[in-house]
Design a binder for this molecule. Structure first.
Ligand SMILES: Cc1cc2nc3c(=O)[nH]c(=O)nc-3n(C[C@H](O)[C@H](O)[C@H](O)COP(=O)(O)OP(=O)(O)OC[C@H]3O[C@@H](n4cnc5c(N)ncnc54)[C@H](O)[C@@H]3O)c2cc1C
Length: 367
């Protein structure tokens, strides 16, 4: 040993989870009675959970169907069936947390996301947690060897719960994809989703309406969403746009600016009665005929990127992961949970439902 240098000991646990976010924490909770540990790059656990849903965490939805997710149907269906919305709400209740239903659709924490984080903080009293440890590399000899900037860990079971690429400022990294590819997995090209659209020159007039919002419906491919759209200085955003972004690749989308009226009704109606902000209507009608309010087609230029996207679409291909316990079909004792998999939910609590369902579906052998 060179004098003065510190060579840290290798830390061993039977099972190690990388990522103390939604899925990693739920998995740790499930296996809290085994020799399991968590490694996290942030100085705190659950930083995304903490800011989610405007600080109140939209945990799940009154209606959770496979059709609310982008990904392989059978895989999603089987995992949701193992731990569905009711199971999640029962779990929370058993821990003293009773989410409230908003708009008759979305389950949110009553006061703050801390209610859920506290559940995991309690279980972490018995689970080793290594914070400020950014995993840089994983290899395997007889066991998995995990390296961070200043520490080496070893384990028999390795659980990857490091999420996607969205919100890099609170710890997102591509480590799940690097590890998956290292062990021979296919990664479906990731892209930002649940994110606003930027616009092409022809729609730069949207930017002049920055701050306005209206109730619209948007058709993208086979999907139609109805909700609020917000004009911003960058393009368009709001819940309806975020949902549309999940299903958009390239090409046109179609906006119905007056979904509450049929075309015939609209054409007969006086301009004053059209349920749209005056400034929008005047700008629109200077450029296009009235009928086009019902079917305005345009191709977004792109999206606002990972710094604004709530989630990442794409990820580790699910046909190479065992639906019965989340183990890799390429590398024994390697597991993947949560958003790093090629499954993405719509807006409305579906992504936490997915993170928690996949974590509850984790099956580790008894050590
Ligand atoms: C602003 C915002 C609001 C959202 N609101 C909602 C909502 O209300 N409802 C909903 O359903 N979904 C919401 N989402 C999406 C939801 O937060 C994610 O889908 C969910 O957290 C994914 O869970 P996960 O466990 O897969 O990953 P995460 O919760 O992202 O956890 C991954 C963890 O791994 C850690 N990590 C990453 N790389 C490394 C590394 N190299 N070494 C060590 N640790 C690492 C990260 O720091 C993080 O703590 C929101 C997302 C954002 C960004």
């Amino acid at each position: 040993m060179v004098e003065g240098s510190i060579i840290a000991k290798t830390l061993y646990h039977d099972s190690i989870i990388i990522g103390a976010g939604a899925s990693g924490l739920m998995a740790a909770h499930k296996y809290k009675d085994q020799d399991i540990a968590l490694i996290e790059s942030n100085p705190k656990i659950a930083m995304k959970l903490k800011i989610s849903g405007g600080g109140k965490c939209n945990i799940t939805n009154r209606s959770v169907e496979v059709s609310n997710f982008y990904g392989q149907r059978d895989f999603i269906q089987k995992i949701l069936a193992q731990f569905d919305k009711k199971a999640l709400l029962d779990f929370l209740k058993s821990e003293g947390v009773n989410p409230v239903l908003r708009h008759n659709r979305y389950y949110f924490c009553k006061e703050s996301a801390q209610e859920i984080i506290s559940i995991f903080q309690k279980s972490l009293k018995n689970i080793p947690l290594y914070l400020n440890q950014k995993v840089a590399e994983v290899t395997k000899k007889e066991q998995f060897v995990i390296r961070t900037q200043n520490q080496t860990y070893q384990c028999k079971n390795l659980i990857i719960a490091t999420g996607g690429l969205s919100y890099p400022k609170i710890g997102a990294s591509d480590i799940a994809f690097q590890i998956a590819e290292h062990f021979g997995h296919r990664v479906v090209t990731p892209k930002p989703a649940l994110v606003g659209f930027t616009v092409q020159k022809e729609q730069f007039w949207f930017k002049e309406l920055s701050g306005l919002s209206c109730q619209v419906s948007i058709r993208v491919g086979e999907k139609t969403f109805a909700d609020n759209m917000l004009f911003t200085h960058k393009g368009i955003s709001g819940p309806v746009v975020l949902n549309a972004s999940l299903y958009w690749d390239k090409g046109e989308i179609e906006v119905d600016f007056v979904p509450s009226m049929r075309l015939a009704e609209l054409e007969k109606c006086s301009k004053k009665k059209i349920p749209l902000p005056k400034r929008f209507l005047n700008t629109f009608l200077q450029k296009y005929p009235l009928s086009m309010l019902k079917s305005y087609r345009f191709a977004p230029a792109g999206n606002f990127g990972y710094s604004k996207a709530e989630v990442t679409r794409g990820g580790i291909a699910t046909d190479e992961v065992d639906v019965e316990g989340m183990m890799s079909l390429k590398e024994p004792n390697l597991f993947f949970l949560g958003e790093c998999l090629d499954v993405t939910g719509e807006l409305g609590g579906y992504n936490f439902q997915w993170a928690f369902s996949s974590a509850q579906n984790l099956k580790l052998s008894k050590s």
